[in-house]
Ligand binder design. Structure first.
Ligand code: ZN
Length: 183
């Protein structure tokens, strides 16, 4: 039977135990908090969030397997350059692994000592919100051109924009991995 995975209602336990992979792309307004950072028009690949989630378990000697999820997300986000105040397309990337534990108390206790990010296990987890959180954390503090354009239309003058438009799929290297297809 084909399994359908919904990134907004993810059963993390099953996702990790099956070592499932889930990937996708999303445009505004699917990411409303990220969209607040948007400046000017988002054209072509700019503004498209590309993401991937990988579930996995880590066996523990004498205990239950740990539940983990690896998150990767990337967007070319049109922001306002803080020097020339025109548009600069910033490449924003997030990559983080999360370990899930049974409840808030355990999470709070572990958060003090563990190096990894600890979250509470859920059978109805909104992974898209987590992706948005991570991208917001990864935003540049001060968006700025390397070299500001002068008297040119911004999309033509911005070399990062040109490069972004021609860049291959950032997750192309992972194409060999098992990918869940929508039913
Ligand atoms: Zn600038």
């Amino acid at each position: 039977m084909e399994k359908k995975l919904d990134p907004e209602h993810l059963d993390l336990l099953s996702f990790a135990r099956s070592a499932d992979t889930l990937s996708g792309e999303g445009r505004w307004p699917q990411w409303p908090r990220l969209a607040q950072e948007l400046f000017g028009q988002a054209e072509g690949e700019a503004g498209l969030v590309v993401w991937q989630l990988q579930g996995r378990t880590v066996p523990q000697a004498g205990g239950a397997d740990q539940i983990w999820m690896d998150l990767r997300a990337k967007v070319h986000l049109p922001m306002q350059c803080q020097r020339c105040l025109t548009q600069v397309v910033e490449a924003v990337e997030a990559e983080r692994s999360f370990r899930f534990v049974a409840d808030e108390t355990t999470a709070a206790a572990l958060d003090e000592e563990a190096e990894e990010d600890i979250l509470v296990l859920s059978r109805d987890f909104d992974a898209l919100a987590l992706i948005e959180d991570e991208l917001i954390l990864a935003l540049p503090l001060v968006p700025m051109h390397g070299v500001c354009p002068e008297n040119l239309p911004m999309s033509v003058a911005d070399p990062e924009f040109e490069a972004a438009a021609q860049r291959p799929n950032p997750f192309g290297v992972l194409a060999g991995l098992k990918t869940s297809k929508p039913g």
